[in-house]
Ligand binder design. Structure first.
Ligand code: DGL
Length: 271
């Protein structure tokens, strides 16, 4: 197959990276996409750097074995902690840079909040990138370790009192800190966008790392003349490392995914 017509490979620890896939499918409807969600080992965000490196390298090896033209680490944790020490595919993009570029453009008062998993916030990668973009930025960071389990277990409604209480506990301080922009630094978090917005207030810009990454990848492929020349609509193949049923229910529910896709379980320890 011609290199340009190979699929784009996307991976995450679980469901969250589908926020990137959904956006990519809207912007580049003719691209084939292969997604791997490591549902058997989620969450990554409470694990050590060594384990996150190992898991990410296995995820990339799997995608390379199927044949992809580019790999998107659709995971804030992998992008923050491991991206510089991964087995290099030809093209590898994470989610930090795209989100930082957008937040830098959106903020008017230079006060930016960042939320992510414990590993992401502990790595300070988002703050380093933000400070590089503009040393006058004042950055407030907060890890929200219960958000990924909420999403993976289907608790996402902004009307659910449990979701709202957890969100309030994590995010209420941002109100006093006067931020005008909040980076959702984990690709699971856009699924909680309504609850987050209810707590921090509608006037705060929410930067969706999934969406920004999709826009970034689309621009990159276009500028590098790597877009597919297929014009019959893309094919979607999803792989997971645990049972397929629960993934299907949650994916269909939250992402309102309606394009046909294949779904298969693999043994990621073989990669
Ligand atoms: N979607 C992943 C991220 O962006 C979740 C990490 C996890 O599994 O804890 O960080």
């Amino acid at each position: 197959m011609k290199e340009n017509n190979l699929p784009i490979g996307v991976f995450d620890s679980g469901l969250g990276g589908l926020t990137v896939v959904c956006e990519l499918s809207k912007i580049l409807p003719n691209e084939d996409i292969i997604y791997f969600g490591d549902t058997g080992r989620v969450p990554y965000g409470s694990r050590s750097k060594k384990i996150i490196n190992k898991y990410s390298n296995q995820d990339i090896s799997f995608l390379k074995s199927v044949g992809v033209k580019a790999v998107v680490a659709a995971c804030g944790t992998v992008s923050s902690v491991a991206i510089n020490s991964l087995r290099e595919p030809k093209v590898l993009t994470g989610v930090v840079e795209p989100a930082v570029i957008t937040a830098s453009k959106l903020t008017k008062n230079f006060k930016i909040g960042v939320i992510g998993t414990s590993a992401t916030i502990g790595s300070k990668t988002y703050s380093k990138y933000l400070k590089n973009a503009n040393s006058n930025f004042v950055i407030f960071e907060k890890s929200c370790p219960l958000f990924v389990p909420l999403v993976e277990n289907g608790l996402t409604s902004s009307k659910d009192p449990i979701v709202l209480e957890i969100t309030r506990r994590y995010l209420i301080d941002f109100k006093n800190q006067g931020i005008d922009t909040l980076i959702l630094g984990c690709t699971h978090y856009p699924i909680l966008k309504n609850a987050i917005s209810k707590i921090v207030g509608k006037d705060i810009n929410l930067v969706d790392s999934g969406r920004e990454t999709a826009i970034f990848v689309a621009k990159y492929l276009k500028n590098s003349k790597m877009l597919s020349n297929n014009n019959n609509g893309g094919k979607y193949s999803f792989f997971v490392s645990d049972e397929i049923e629960s993934f299907k229910v949650e994916a269909d529910k939250f992402l309102k995914w309606n394009a046909p896709y294949s779904l298969e379980k693999i043994d990621i320890e073989l990669y």
